[in-house]
Design a protein around this ligand. Structure first.
Ligand SMILES: Cc1cc2nc3c(=O)[nH]c(=O)nc-3n(C[C@H](O)[C@H](O)[C@H](O)COP(=O)(O)OP(=O)(O)OC[C@H]3O[C@@H](n4cnc5c(N)ncnc54)[C@H](O)[C@@H]3O)c2cc1C
Length: 351
């Protein structure tokens, strides 16, 4: 049955606790053990006898950003839909995060301050999704990893996935080189999931084995980003979340910035702008803190030394049925995608 991606997403994004646990396969292998890979493994653990995650970064990086997720040092906000899914698959995870030091939302809604063009707006409306979780990305990922690996039939091994194993034109496993080197290991699987993020080489692997390469779109976004961590100082502010947003207008370019209280009694602070020149050094409509983030970035981020900036482009690969140049990959009455720039990736219904 053909269904639109948005309809499919709304069907599977329910908040209901999973009840269907029919085992459909013996073994599933997930390549990449970041947020998507961990969540995929948790979902598959209800439907496979065994789930194996192959992750390039060794586990001893807990607590800090790691090379496989370079964006991990940037501000990450967990939106309500993501929080609902985390709680759905790992009941109690929000309470666990709070117990481990994620800052609890204050009783006073005024502790969340949202400025638009320098004007303080009304506090956000109360949410019915439970207390909002604000943490650094490494903290959240470490928690999700711990909960995932506590599931009896999920295991993680460390090494670099290098390719697929094929049998009769079907994927029958994956090959990886264990951490520390050595001979490649073949892991048989009934299903292999690619959760390797932006560095995935799945397109090359498919092309090497005679399948069309899923088209890739690169979109220049010229987003300059700077994030720094600071030790909290109540003398400066007791705010929980501060966001300032400057809309593009006459003599003004769009900018966004914010300060979130995160675990470890720290603030994480972000300034971002869609300009060629880097994060704004000063902004007439932003709190003075924004300027000091930029200065902190160019020196050293107090207490942590973590700081990063610049995000020139975003990349999207589309690997659905419409990505093939062969008309057989489209449903019978549909036309294959048209070649144009940027490439169309969709089959279209024939008139
Ligand atoms: C600047 C910035 C800010 C962002 N802010 C937010 C935000 O506020 N909120 C939000 O929800 N999202 C945010 N995102 C997006 C979010 O970071 C990504 O959507 C998310 O990290 C994608 O998760 P993933 O698990 O798919 O991939 P990734 O997190 O990229 O992980 C890929 C994993 O695969 C592993 N891997 C790669 N290659 C191999 C291999 N060959 N073998 C084995 N393992 C491999 C890596 O080590 C890594 O663990 C932001 C992104 C950026 C760049």
């Amino acid at each position: 049955m053909v269904t639109s991606p948005s309809r499919l997403f709304s069907e599977i994004a329910t908040a209901e606790r999973p009840t269907e646990t029919r085992v459909l396969m013996r073994r599933a292998v997930v390549l990449g053990g970041s947020i998507a890979g961990l969540m995929a493994a948790r979902v598959l653990s209800d439907h496979a006898d065994e789930v194996l995650i192959i992750e390039r970064d060794p586990s001893d990086v807990d607590g800090g950003p790691r090379p496989g997720v370079p964006q991990g040092s940037q501000v990450h906000a967990l939106l309500p839909a993501g929080q609902i899914q985390l709680e759905r698959w790992f009941p109690g995870i929000v309470d666990e995060a709070l117990a481990l030091g994620a800052p609890p939302p204050p009783g006073d809604p005024g502790a969340a301050k949202i400025f638009v063009n320098g004007v303080l707006g009304l506090p956000p409306a109360p949410s019915d999704t439970g207390p909002m979780l604000i943490t650094t990305r490494p903290f959240l990922e470490a928690l999700v990893r711990r909960r995932t690996l506590a599931v009896g039939n999920i295991r993680m091994v460390y090494g670099r996935a290098e390719g697929l194993v094929l049998a009769n034109r079907r994927v029958a496993g994956a090959r990886y080189v264990p951490d520390g080197g050595g001979e490649p290991v073949v892991e048989p699987a009934d299903l292999v999931v690619d959760a390797m993020g932006r560095s995935s080489r799945l397109s090359d692997w498919l092309a090497d084995n005679g399948w069309p390469r899923p088209p890739m779109q690169r979109m220049p976004i010229k987003l300059n980003y700077a994030t720094a961590l600071f030790k909290q100082d109540e003398k400066v502010s007791d705010a929980w979340v501060v966001v300032y947003h400057t809309m593009a207008g006459k003599g003004r370019s769009a900018r966004i910035g914010g300060i979130n209280s995160v675990e470890g009694d720290r603030w994480i602070m972000l300034v971002a702008a869609t300009t060629r020149t880097g994060p704004p050094a000063t902004s007439p409509t932003s709190p003075p803190a924004a300027a000091s983030t930029t200065r902190a970035c160019s020196a050293t981020s107090p207490n942590t030394g973590r700081c990063s900036a610049g995000w020139p482009r975003t990349t999207r690969r589309t690997a659905d049925a419409g990505t093939s140049t062969s008309s057989t990959a489209c449903p019978p009455d549909w036309s294959p995608p048209v070649t144009r720039s940027p490439p169309s990736t969709r089959c279209t219904a024939r008139a």
